[in-house]
Design a protein around this ligand. Sequence first.
Ligand code: NAD
Length: 371
Amino acid sequence: MHEHRFVFGGLPSRVVFGAGSLQDLGQEVESLGATRALVLATPNQEALAQDVSLRLGSRSVGVYAQAIMHVPIDSVTRALEEVRRCGADCLLAAGGGSTIGLAKAIALESGLPIVAIPTTYAGSEMTSIYGITEAARKRTGKDARVLPRTVIYDVNLTLSLPVSVSVTSAMNAVAHAAEGLYAQHSNPVISMMAEQGIEAIARAIPALYRDPLDVGARSFAQYGAWLCGTVLGNVGMALHHKLCHVLGGSFNLPHAEVHSVVLPHALAFNSNAAPSSMEQIADSLGVSYAPAGMFDLATRHGAPSGLKDIGMRESDLDLAADLVVSQPYWNPRPVGVGQRDEIRTLLQHAFNGVRPEAMAEGFAPGRGGSA
Ligand code: NAD
């Protein structure tokens, strides 16, 4: 047994969770003292935004359904103009990480409060992390102003998320929890949430894959997404998130799919350096070897297995490896220019979509077996 030593500072947000909770929206907006909410969405989800606006009645100043993946700076400038034009005093983000990301970028500039209504499992609603893309580079940062004040999780809004997106989005969520378990400044409360989050997602994926309209499965997935998002919001992430940031940011690969493909390989790389966390992940998944368990969870439910399947070019792997090691995040197994070859090997495995077991020798993960 070892002595506990940690700092815990939970983020101040209010979470309203449950089927039909969207009906509390008006009350939630009012309790923020807001009377002029602007409803944000992607063009795809304009109908949802219109419904939300209708529910708000006179408390809505309209719908702005122009959110774009990775929050390009131009889209922020245009949205800020709209916010000023209609005199909004609150931002209502109805959608996934892209819509919540736009709300965060506006809040960073304007200080307006955000009410988030998430419809994917990405978890942005529980963090004070923002990202804005300018000149093909995504600048990220943390700011208390961008943390949504209120989050409304209504499972009914997730039923329309296509199965393939649901699975990769849930893998995106589970990646936050997995890295949270070996985070540099972790704490017991967050670790508890991470374990529960992995367990919930591991139960939800097979069930929603069988029946995407299974409200129980969807509710479990959303509960897991909340837990995993909270982990992301509270502790620092490591190599996996660095890899995904580089692959998504510099090679324009789709966000959730990249997480789904890379996670088993990042875990295999860290396996020996964080053995007790790997055990916690494996236990939560109900398997004996966490990296292979993650690989199976994704690929047995239709997720792509390799970077080659999601638009990566093999000729770009060298550059990707250079970028990952040039400005590394903290990681339990040190990563720097000295580990460039190991990272290049990891990327090759992720590119090919090899089940981590098969590369046990390369990464010396130390524990055998799989699901
Ligand atoms: P997304 O928001 O881009 O959504 C993908 C597509 O699915 C969009 O067209 C959207 O309209 C549609 N969609 C969403 N929910 C739907 C539903 N229920 N039914 C039908 N269609 C639906 O995808 P995402 O994975 O949620 O977000 C990815 C973005 O979020 C990335 O830019 C990523 O960097 C960011 N992100 C940020 C944080 C953070 O803490 N700042 C955390 C996670 C993700």
